[in-house]
Ligand binder design. Structure first.
Ligand SMILES: [Zn+2]
Ligand SMILES: [Zn+2]
Length: 124
């Protein structure tokens, strides 16, 4: 079980069980949503995640919903109709992000040229 919360603290979530995967995403949409050169997701089955608080959503592309705190704007999740029973939580909103170790990089072809991580993880 791992918990998380937004910057102001009114939006919280609880997870149960283990995540399915943990990945860095370098896509331009995630960079913009997080205002960060790269982000990282922790994927769970949707029914293993419970939110509490006021959560807003934005449809960033067809079938894709990104959520964020309605008060402070902290990004919290990515959901896609292609994987409708799953939710990707932003790793950095977990209370203990160090407990999750990324397994690979995705959308690496969109990465910012000056940004890289010194690891041997697969880059897709
Ligand atoms: Zn907040
Ligand atoms: Zn992305």
């Amino acid at each position: 079980m791992a918990n998380g919360h937004c910057l102001c603290g009114q939006l919280t979530f609880q997870t149960t069980g283990k995540p399915n995967w943990i990945m860095y995403c370098h896509c331009a949409s995630c960079r913009r949503h997080t205002a960060s050169p790269v982000t990282c997701f922790v994927n769970y089955k949707s029914n293993n995640v419970t939110f509490s608080g006021d959560r807003s959503t934005f449809a960033s592309s067809p079938g894709v919903t990104r959520s964020f705190c309605a008060q402070c704007g902290t990004p919290t999740s990515y959901e896609t109709s292609k994987r409708s029973d799953e939710i990707d939580l932003y790793l950095n909103v977990f209370d203990e992000p160090e407990t999750f170790t990324p397994q690979k990089h995705v959308y690496f072809d969109e990465h910012i040229s000056w940004f890289d991580v010194n690891d041997n993880l697969p880059r897709e």
